[in-house]
Design a protein around this ligand. Structure first.
Ligand SMILES: Nc1ncnc2c1ncn2[C@@H]1O[C@H](COP(=O)(O)OP(=O)(O)O)[C@@H](O)[C@H]1O
Ligand SMILES: [Mg+2]
Length: 279
């Protein structure tokens, strides 16, 4: 069945279990062509599992996931050709130079041999790594590594860029740098972006729409300001009161469930681990 190709991503009742754990549990999600969509939620909400289903890395039944109208189960290769993916775990090889890392992805993604050198140079330039391109990635800072991974994902000129926690463990300046490069490429190419994060402030600033995910499903959906204003109205706030934050909205939809999971504390620990591996 052909889906609307204006939907960059469409998940319909997406469910994925690891044994007894329903990591994704009836997820309905639409990402519109050209937008920056943020999938937010604490550790364990199911964000990475959902992303892996969308990227075809995890197998899903037919008709549950479509990317630009292509069924992830039936047309997995076609789906893979449309997307670039920056995984949550580090994917750059410290023993290769920046340029070699990006060239490796250009080969894997079938960028034509005659265009490869040029496209690799363009991807490195887009993330401001031209000067550092011939140094070993092992000498890069955490922010540079994340930008290198962004270049790897961009070298195949994807129509949909999927990033899983792209700024985890980075300092605020490096975080801003990653977002500025994403936005510059997007402005130049019209690419659609699906990003996961547990940094609510970042989503508020950079995402056109967000879905708040909790226990395998999206529990609230809208633009950051719609969600914040909606909560303010439900609470009967006066026009002069400061708007609730996205974090307040999240607490409102997740209720005490958030605290049960101690999501915040686990996030801090995994952030530190990632930061150490990067450094
Ligand atoms: N490979 C796996 N094997 C078993 N359980 C998993 C695996 N990956 C994730 N889970 C479980 O699935 C749930 C969702 O995890 P995940 O998708 O990684 O969430 P998030 O990315 O939002 O932190 C969690 O309860 C997690 O423990
Ligand atoms: Mg994750």
């Amino acid at each position: 069945m052909t889906r609307d190709a204006d939907e960059a991503v469409a998940c319909t009742g997406l469910t994925y279990s690891f044994g007894e754990t329903n990591a994704v549990d009836g997820l309905d999600l639409t990402v519109v062509r050209g937008e920056v969509f943020g999938l937010l939620g604490p550790n364990g909400a199911g964000k990475t599992t959902a992303i892996r289903c969308i990227t075809t890395l995890l197998p899903v039944p037919a008709r549950m996931v479509h990317v630009f109208g292509r069924d992830a189960a039936r047309e997995a290769m076609a789906v893979r050709r449309l997307l670039g993916y920056v995984p949550q775990q580090l994917s750059a090889d410290a023993g290769l130079t920046g340029r070699e890392n990006v060239a490796l992805f250009a080969r894997v993604f079938d960028v034509h041999r005659s265009e490869r050198a040029e496209r690799v140079a363009q991807a490195l330039a887009a993330v401001d790594l031209s000067e550092a391109a011939d140094r070993l990635a092992g000498t890069y800072s955490g922010g540079m590594i994340r930008r290198l991974e962004l270049a790897q994902a961009l070298v195949s000129a994807p129509r949909l860029l999927i990033l899983d926690e792209p700024t985890i463990g980075l300092d605020p300046i490096a975080r801003t740098g990653v977002w500025e490069h994403i936005n510059a490429v997007r402005a130049a190419t019209g690419m659609t972006v699906l990003v996961t994060t547990h940094y609510m402030d970042e989503a508020d600033q950079y995402c056109d729409r967000v879905g708040l995910m909790h226990r395998g499903r999206v529990r609230a959906l809208g633009t950051p300001s719609e969600l914040r204003q909606g909560l303010g109205e439900r609470r009967g706030a006066k026009a002069t009161d400061p708007l609730p934050t996205l974090e307040d909205v999240f607490r409102d939809v997740a209720g005490s469930g958030l605290d049960d999971q101690s999501g915040e504390f686990r996030d801090v620990r995994s952030t530190r681990r990632t930061a150490r591996r990067v450094g």
